[in-house]
Structure formats: structure tokens, C-alpha cells
Design a protein around this ligand. Sequence first.
Ligand code: GLV
Length: 324
Amino acid sequence: MKVFITRAISPEGIQLLQNAGISFTQWTEKRELTQDELISFCKNYDALISVGQDKIDKKFLTACSHLKVVAQMAVGFDNIDVAEATKLKIPIGNTPGVLSAATADIAFLLMLAVSRKAFFQYKSISKGTWGYYEPTANLGIELHGKTLGIFGLGKIGFEMAARCYHAYNMKIIYCNRNSNPFAEEKFESKKVSFEELLEQSDVLSVHTALTPETKGSFNIDAFRQMKKTSIFINTARGGIHNETDLITALQDGMILGAGLDVTNPEPMHPDNVLLNMPNVAILPHIGSATEETRNAMSRLAAENVIAVYKKEKLPHIVNPEIYK
Ligand code: GLV
């Protein structure tokens, strides 16, 4: 069994592969592989650990239909044509659960940073603007008792709700396909429609997957329905908001601020106007970027490959229907 890994990953997953006697190659050049390069590498391997946004589409899967597994080292898999992989009977793995707390921490951090204009204030100091103390300048807003709206109450949304409920006694509402009775009981939360979520949230935090249904959900019409005092947070995927509309919404005062760990496109261009807005905080897609979480993600990806090596089912699978 030979595995191709599209970036250098954390040591715990590597150790598991070594212990299992599986040979592997990590792509360590700090540039994206083109899809043609990835295809030609994969021809010589049995399995792929995909890290980042490798394009695992119909073209790739058809060319690499010999792969015994594609183990995505991420929870999101919007870069993969899962239906096509299922047709070809290629199991697709991901890394759910282990990154929920770290990602919710980033959503919480962004919420706080926006509410107190922290990133902007920090940048101002280095420009030498820390001068005369004005009691009515640099004012932010407080979060205690405000309403948090969660768009997509999965594991990460649950963790964000927990933080906001316990830290600030925030009222929790959520918009999700299914009800979550556990979250309703734990946080006295209430399921609402998308319109109600827009109208009632003081902080609206996105935690859903990027799918054809969620793509561009936060456009100018949505921002127009939000409170003028509200904060928009996205730590899920940049494609879920329309960035041009978000800029207009902020410039025209439709919403108060925004915190983004995901942008559209990524990386964000350094001249993007969002980077200089006082009520905006941007991070470079670091939701899961802790030592502990990246190690756990590498472990889950390795476990998925090892399962295939042992002719077992993937423990963390996206398309279990291939086993039917
Ligand atoms: C990160 O964005 C992930 O999907 O794990």
C-alpha cells in the first residue's frame, strides 16, 4: 500500500502509517499541485490523503479510479464529487468531530474581536494613532444577553452555541434542516426559519457545509434583512457568503460588522477593503489550526487509510452507501 499525501501533515498520523507499515510520500513544496500533476502522481499510489482544497472532481476520479481510498484531512468535502466517487466505489473519508472545539474557538474569537474592533485597534497602534484618551471614542458593543443565530447546527455550531450561552448567557436560535432536541434542552435554543434567523440575530454565525443549497445564502437580500447592529461570522466556507454583497452591506450600514475565517476567494487579496474596515476581523482559514487538532485530524485520515489496508470499512466515512 502506497499513499500520496498532498501536504506535510502532523506527526501523529504519520506515525500511525509508519507503525502499520504503509509507505507514503508527502508533497512538501509550498505550492498548489495542479490537477494534472496530482493525477500523474496518484497513478503510482493506491491511496490519497487529500489536504486543503484538492480538486477531486469527475475528471480526477475517472483518471484515478484505481484509488482504494481518498482520505480527506478536513471535515468539509465540498472539493470532492462524492456522487462520482460512490459510483466508482471509492470510499471517501473525512475528519469530523475532532476540529469542532478549535473551530468554534475561532468563531468566538472573531465575534469578540469584531464587537470591540480589536484587529483594527491593534493595527492603529502600529500606525501611531494611540494618542489622546477620548471617553466616547473606540467604543464597541457588549454581547451579554444578545441573540446568537446559528446557521447550521452541527457539531461546530453546537460548540459555538455552548460558548456563547455559558460565557454571555446569549439567547440561542438556529436554522437547520433537522431539529436538535439536545441543543434545545441544553441551551434553551429554538429552531427558526432562515428569515427569522436574519431578523432576530445580534450575532449570526455560519457553521454549515458548502453545498449547492447553501452557496451564496448570505447575499445582499439576506444582509438587508439583518439587524443594522448585527455581526456576521463565517468560519465554514467563503462560498456561503457573497463577498461583494458583504462589502456593500458593511459600507451601507446594513450590518455592523463581520468576522471571517474563510473568504472567497482564498487566499484573500491583501488590498481587499475588508482588511481596513474597523468592524471587520479576518483570519486566514485557521479554524482547526492547533497542534492538538491537526494531530487528531492527521490521525483520523491515517486511520481511514489503514482500515482500507486491513480490508476493513472506513471508520470516518462520507459515502457509507458504497458498502451496501
Ligand atoms: C476545514 O476547513 C475543514 O473542513 O476541516
